[in-house]
Design a binder for this molecule. Structure first.
Ligand SMILES: [Ca+2]
Ligand SMILES: [Ca+2]
Length: 468
């Protein structure tokens, strides 16, 4: 694999980094964006990678300081790995116990967030027009943690700027070891910036930092390189794995890492095996009751990052059991047991959370097996008026997957003794779907087809799996 990375730096010949050893790219990786203005000395480029363990001083022939030295905190300069711009220094200012991974060469911390500062010292006459910061790391970078700080000439206090533009390259495997690329850009035109500091931190413990790049635009002018993010999410959140993905339609848009004002394109959903895509939650929070591709549009006048969520529903009891119950998981020295395989916890007839609903009822009627939410699942009785006549109704919640293994049977009775299901030709009730909800359930109202009278005073619903 060739890393599409060009390096240009004043006084150095242009270099292209050749093949990376296969061992170093075992994980899926995002791809760095090469700013169009990097060539021709328009940016000052810095690059940090392969924080080598102690005792090694080179990686791919590129010299690095040998290790991240713990416990020096903010008081020293232990980690200037850049060979390309000696006016740029990467500091690890977070957890003092952060260390270098033995594989993958990331800076890593079990104890808490790892925080960083890149201090840029300017040389030359031109002011800084813009900055692009790119990070390759596992897991998230809280946007609130990403800042550019500088002190305007003559001022006594720092100015703090959030990024103006962004990009995210997410390989989308959701694997722990995958390496995401986060990119941020500031337009500093006219601000008189010379020296500056970049700050960022990981989203939590165990989010290794693998590589960092910065491009500092010094001449002749700012050129926008990034844009706005389309963040695709999957609902509902599960205890084990995600039910699918939501992403821009690759057949329609080429660049999916960021978007520009006014851009419009369809999002598509990719369910994981065992799930059905049933709808969307639009950027404005409205639930869209349709599994068709969903079009998103970035505002022409007030663009911002957008989030759209694809809503999924399970198609079988087996996938519900596998996904809604804990799997064995060790964190911070504590191990959660594997409930999903334990019949005393997750068998269909067990009521794990003690809310009166068996695990199978939680599945069929849209409940959570670890949350006491029986009230949300309990069918409600009511009355519907049609053409002046009153009909009893029963309203219940169901999983929204059309192709699920569930069947809901509504029965009527006049005496609570004898119940009738009716037939396809002579149904006893008419069913009407309520709107989709963001957890992949919807309510259904069954109306008795016999108005009042003694023949249909009572309704009940049962859920069962369809015999295979
Ligand atoms: Ca229960
Ligand atoms: Ca429950």
């Amino acid at each position: 694999m060739i890393l599409p990375l060009q390096r240009h730096w004043r006084g150095f010949p242009a270099l292209i980094l050749a093949a990376i050893p296969a061992a170093a790219i075992a994980q899926p990786q995002g791809t760095f964006i090469i700013p169009t203005n990097r060539a021709g000395d328009a940016t000052r480029f810095s690059y940090w990678q392969a924080y080598t363990p102690a005792g090694q001083t080179t990686y791919n022939g590129i010299g690095h300081r040998p290790n991240l030295i713990p416990d020096l905190g903010d008081s020293a300069d232990p980690v200037n790995f850049s060979n390309w711009n000696t006016g740029n220094v990467l500091h690890q200012i977070g957890t003092p116990s952060a260390f270098v991974l033995s594989s993958g060469q990331g800076i890593y911390s079990f104890a808490g967030v790892a925080a960083y500062r890149i201090s840029y010292t300017h040389s030359g006459d031109d002011e800084v027009k813009g900055v692009v910061l790119q990070l390759k790391m596992a897991g998230s970078v809280p946007l609130s943690s990403v800042e550019l700080r500088y002190t305007p000439e003559g001022a006594s206090e720092e100015t703090v700027l959030a990024p103006h533009f962004k990009a995210l390259d997410n390989p989308g495997t959701a694997a722990f070891a995958e390496q995401l690329l986060w990119a941020y850009e500031w337009n500093l035109t006219g601000k008189g910036v010379r020296d500056y500091d970049l700050y960022f931190s990981t989203g939590g413990s165990s989010n290794p930092l693998y590589e960092v790049q910065t491009d500092t635009t010094v001449a002749p002018a700012f050129v926008q390189q990034l844009g706005y993010l389309m963040v695709g999410r999957a609902l509902p959140p599960l205890r084990y794995k995600t039910p699918g993905k939501a992403l821009p339609d690759g057949a329609v848009v080429f660049e999916t890492r960021f978007f520009k004002a006014g851009q419009s394109f369809p999002m598509v959903a990719q369910p994981e095996e065992g799930f059905e895509h049933v709808g969307w939650v639009a950027p404005d929070g409205i639930v869209v009751d349709s599994a068709e591709p969903f079009t998103v549009t970035f505002s022409e006048t007030e663009p911002s990052d957008l989030t759209a969520s694809a809503v999924f529903a399970p198609v079988s009891w087996a996938i519900f059991r596998n996904s809604w119950f804990n799997h064995e998981f060790t964190h911070g020295g504590q191990t959660l047991p594997d409930d999903s395989m334990d019949d005393t916890k997750s068998a269909p007839e067990v009521d794990l959370d003690g809310d009166g609903m068996s695990n199978f009822s939680e599945y069929a009627f849209g409940g959570q097996p670890y949350t006491q939410d029986a009230e949300r699942m309990t069918p409600r009785s009511g009355v519907a008026t049609v053409d002046g006549a009153s009909y009893p109704t029963i309203t219940f919640r169901r999983r929204a997957a059309v192709g699920s293994d569930l069947r809901y049977v509504v029965e009527v009775s006049s005496d609570l003794q004898t119940w009738s299901q009716g037939t396809a030709e002579q149904p006893v009730a008419e069913l009407t779907n309520g709107p989709l909800e963001s957890d992949g359930t919807r309510t259904v109202t069954a109306r008795s087809l016999n108005a009042g009278g003694n023949s249909s005073r009572f309704l009940r619903v049962k859920a069962e799996t369809i015999p295979q």
